[in-house]
Design a protein. Structure first.
Lengths: 293, 315
């Protein structure tokens, strides 16, 4: 939508109408923008305001705190278990992300750059696995981890599988590696690098944005996971994660919307802070999942 | 192949070994976490199995129970259909609208884009809890505001007619992923086409209808199909919303009636949990798991059949 205004347009009737229409257009678009921004931001604002209210006021229809109870956050922080949930979540998300990246990169590299029989089939199966809801295979998996390996009540049944490649990460990395021209790899091979050295020295540095996106997605999906901890850790509060513990926090403090909202803010905050540090990688990753073609 | 010279064959074998080595993490993961459990699920679905006694073959009993007697199955299917028709449609339309809007905004674009995107990042359980609070019928800010301007104040998550619209509002709040995808697609539409149409005197609607839509229709298709797959797998939000609105004390207590209020938030994955982990009827849980599998794979196949779809460049 170009809004060209001609020089000396003031005297010219047509272009005067045109620029006033451009102004109207600008105002219209930006008022819509502000309205949309309110829709996206107000929930956060109400959340923060309620998290700072006193116990009594949080039960009323007030929108604005009478007194600012910053101590609510300290109270939530010192709730028994909360720190354990943090530690568990960091372990699950951190270690899980590391294992996923290390195990998925070689697979994605082979799918993107090697020519072999069954490559297309492998790719189709990766996509099938990516679209598989965890509930489909949960019964045998639960029996395997809980009855045969006696690991229920821990997060290991969720972390260990990540050492064997994650379908979504493989797919996303493969899409990214396709964008690296083969000439770079050929040059490395001519210089006498084996495949492993080519991957480590040439491909990895170029694939850094793709790896960053995969790591972020994986970290977030572990952070957000509810079903996994519900199946494997629900019997043992010492193994709960933040996403799982948050709901029980609400259960235990069911009349304290202020504390529940403070806990909610504390679960959201790290993800949002992380986003601000890695915004570019993240948005690039989302675009990559959707289909350039 | 007898006439292939020796060095070439050994080279081929080496490259096959190399491929296998690079693929090995996934080959193991695929067998242990996909093929094996999928076959077990299929086997269990024909047995009576509670996890303690050996599975006992019982033919199609579990299957007929799910389709004709299990009281939660058809409500969950109906809810899924509702989500596919209403929630997915609203989300795609809204995502496209916000994507369009962000491409038109010329001032502080970065700020707007970040604000529009942020809610998508909110962890689902946290976002759901926030919405149960925002939409709580008595003292929630939304009903307070609706009341102030004289509009009706629905029961949202506590009213069977309003719980899915409330979940839809939550899904619209987190529309950031679609916004980014649509934004990228819209910026890819060749500028010349718009300029030519403008010269021909085409209005804004005509330009949208005849240039924008045809250009981005593969992306719309992609958004719809992935939306349908997500709708069938919708789990944490409806479950947590139902439990919290019902006042279930969360945590390790596993006994709660899923789908509050009145089965209106039931989805298929919740049935697997209900049958397997609340009723310890693993055989029947596997039947629902397979229904979920069949539906997911059918739509995934649809997604992959489209050229320029998921598989994308290089194939």
């Amino acid at each position: 939508m170009s809004t060209r205004t001609h020089s000396g347009g003031n005297g010219d009737n047509g272009s005067g109408r045109r620029s006033s229409r451009a102004v109207l257009h600008w105002v219209g678009v930006h008022s819509l923008g502000v309205a949309a921004a309110l829709f996206f931001v107000l929930p956060f604002v109400f959340l923060l305001l309620t998290s700072l209210m006193g116990d009594r006021q949080a039960l009323t229809r007030d929108l604005w705190p009478h007194t600012w109870e910053w101590g609510n956050y300290a109270k939530v922080w010192h709730t028994p278990g909360f720190l354990t949930w943090w530690r568990n979540t960091l372990l699950y998300a951190g270690l899980g992300t590391l294992l996923t990246v290390v195990s998925s990169v070689p697979v994605a590299y082979a799918l993107a750059k090697f020519r072999f029989r069954g490559r297309r089939l492998s790719l189709l199966l990766v996509i099938a696995m990516m679209m598989l809801p965890p509930q489909v295979v949960v019964i045998p998996m639960y029996l395997f981890w809980a009855k045969q390996l006696d690991l229920s009540g821990t997060l290991w049944p969720l972390i260990v599988p990540m050492a064997f490649g994650d379908a979504f990460s493989i797919f996303l990395l493969r899409q990214f590696l396709l964008t690296i021209p083969d000439e770079y790899l050929d040059a490395a091979r001519v210089d006498g690098c084996g495949e492993v050295r080519t991957l480590l020295r040439v491909v990895l540095p170029m694939a850094r944005p793709g790896i960053a996106a995969v790591a972020l997605f994986q970290f977030f999906s572990a952070w957000n996971d509810y079903f996994g901890p519900q199946i494997y850790a629900s019997d043992n509060p010492a193994a709960w994660t933040l996403s799982y513990g948050l709901e029980s926090f609400k259960g235990a403090h069911h009349t304290n919307w202020n504390l529940t909202m403070a806990a909610t803010v504390l679960v959201m905050a790290p993800v949002i802070v992380l986003f601000f540090f890695a915004q570019k990688a993240f948005v690039e990753g989302v675009t990559l999942t959707g289909v350039k073609g | 192949m007898p006439d292939v010279p020796r060095p070439l064959r050994s080279k081929q074998r080496r490259s096959a070994l190399r491929t296998a080595a690079f693929m090995s993490p996934w080959l193991i993961g695929f067998s242990v976490f996909f093929v094996y459990p999928l076959l077990s699920t299929l086997y269990f679905s024909f047995t009576r199995y509670d996890g303690f006694r050996q599975p006992a073959f019982n033919g199609l009993d579990n299957w007929s129970y799910v389709f004709s007697d299990y009281p939660l199955f058809w409500p969950a299917m109906r809810n899924t259909l509702w989500l596919v028709l209403v929630m997915v449609t609203c989300r795609v339309a809204f995502g496209l609208g916000i994507g369009l809007l962000i491409t038109k905004i010329k001032t502080a674009t970065g700020v707007f884009r970040t604000l529009f995107y942020l809610p998508y990042l909110a962890p689902p359980v946290a976002a759901t809890l926030a919405f149960v609070f925002l939409l709580n019928p008595g003292t929630g800010p939304v009903n307070t505001l609706l009341d102030a301007v004289g509009l009706p104040t629905p029961g949202w998550f506590t009213d069977a007619d309003w719980s899915k619209p409330a979940l839809t509002a939550l899904a619209l709040w987190g529309v950031g992923d679609l916004m980014v995808i649509f934004m990228a697609a819209l910026l890819d539409v060749p500028k010349e086409q718009y300029e030519a149409a403008e010269l021909d005197g085409a209005g804004a609607w005509a330009r949208f209808r005849h240039i924008t839509l045809p250009n981005i229709s593969p992306i719309i298709m992609f958004a719809v199909v992935t939306g349908v797959i997500q709708a069938m797998q919708y789990y944490a939000q409806p479950l947590v919303a139902g439990k919290v609105a019902a006042g279930v004390i969360g945590g390790s207590g596993q006994q709660f009636e899923p789908g509050y209020p009145d089965k209106s938030t039931l989805t298929l994955p919740q049935l697997v949990y209900n049958l397997g982990f609340q009723r310890f009827d693993y055989g029947t849980a596997c039947v629902v798991a397979l229904v979920l599998f069949a539906l997911s794979m059918a739509f995934t196949a649809l997604l992959m059949r489209r050229r320029g779809g998921l598989i994308g460049a290089g194939e």
